[in-house]
Design a protein around this ligand. Structure first.
Ligand SMILES: [Zn+2]
Length: 255
């Protein structure tokens, strides 16, 4: 899919002057990029300024189809627009807030408080026991889909503690030796996924908080086969846009 950026005249036709507009930065040619919150009733398949240009997709689907750089810009735009939409009122005094700093701040005239875009840290991890890793299936997942276990970091917690707590809460698995792998912004709406590995003490599983429909140990040979596109027990790996895919890939490469 080719990414398209609307030029200014068309963008002005689409959105009222009061529409939310956020400065994202300059591209490598020096062109200024803005995120514009167009009205939800604009339909590119009907008569209107967008006629013939295609159709809207939800951001998560679109990001999988876009080149990496455009997907990153889309993520930045989506995270900021979502944040503005949810922070119209001051959490300090309840008064209406106004956009400032080209979209990177909201200011409250009433109490003087400044509010900044937030990022919510989430740990996502593979517990490893010998040559198998722990994966799970949430009740909402389609049949055959599985992923690494994950959860929000709680106030006062370290990344290591969050990894250990989530694995115990969701699967009853005790771990040690938590190690960091990589991070990935996940702007649905505002998470930063922190990928980790951890060593499990045993393969006993007990679904403690019923967040998962199922959790199971997946042998490295099966992970390698799945990543190579082979059919294994009706399972399919998370797509490469997800950090879970890269955790599994790294696990498959471990000797
Ligand atoms: Zn206020």
């Amino acid at each position: 899919m080719e990414a398209g950026y609307l030029q200014t005249p068309l963008a002005c036709d689409l959105a009222p002057v009061t529409a939310l507009s956020i400065f994202l930065g300059l591209d490598e040619d020096g062109a200024a990029l803005f995120a514009l919150d167009v009205a939800s009733d604009v339909d590119p398949s009907a008569e209107g300024p967008l006629a013939g240009l295609g159709h809207f997709r939800d951001a998560r689907t679109a990001a999988q189809l876009l080149p990496l750089e455009d997907a990153a810009i889309l993520g930045q735009a989506k995270a900021l627009i979502d944040w503005h939409q949810r922070h119209g009122f001051c959490p300090n005094c309840g008064a209406r807030t106004a956009l400032a700093d080209a979209g990177y701040r909201r200011h409250c005239e009433s109490c003087g408080a400044d509010h900044f875009p937030r990022t919510d840290p989430v740990v996502i991890m593979l517990a490893i026991h010998e040559d198998a890793c722990l994966v799970g299936r949430a009740p909402r997942f389609p049949k055959g889909m599985f992923s690494a276990l994950a959860g929000f970091i709680e106030p006062g917690e370290t990344i290591e503690e969050a990894v250990a707590r989530e694995l115990y809460e969701e699967a009853g698995v005790r771990v040690r030796d938590v190690s960091y792998f990589a991070t990935q912004p996940w702007p649905f709406p505002s998470s930063l996924m922190i990928g980790c590995f951890a060593r499990a003490e045993s393969r006993e599983i007990s679904l403690n908080d019923h967040e998962l429909a199922e959790a199971f140990w997946l042998e490295k040979a099966k992970v390698r086969a799945l990543l190579a596109g082979e059919k294994v027990d009706g399972l399919w790996v998370p797509p490469s846009i997800a950090i879970a895919h890269h955790l599994l890939k790294r696990f498959a490469e471990m000797s």
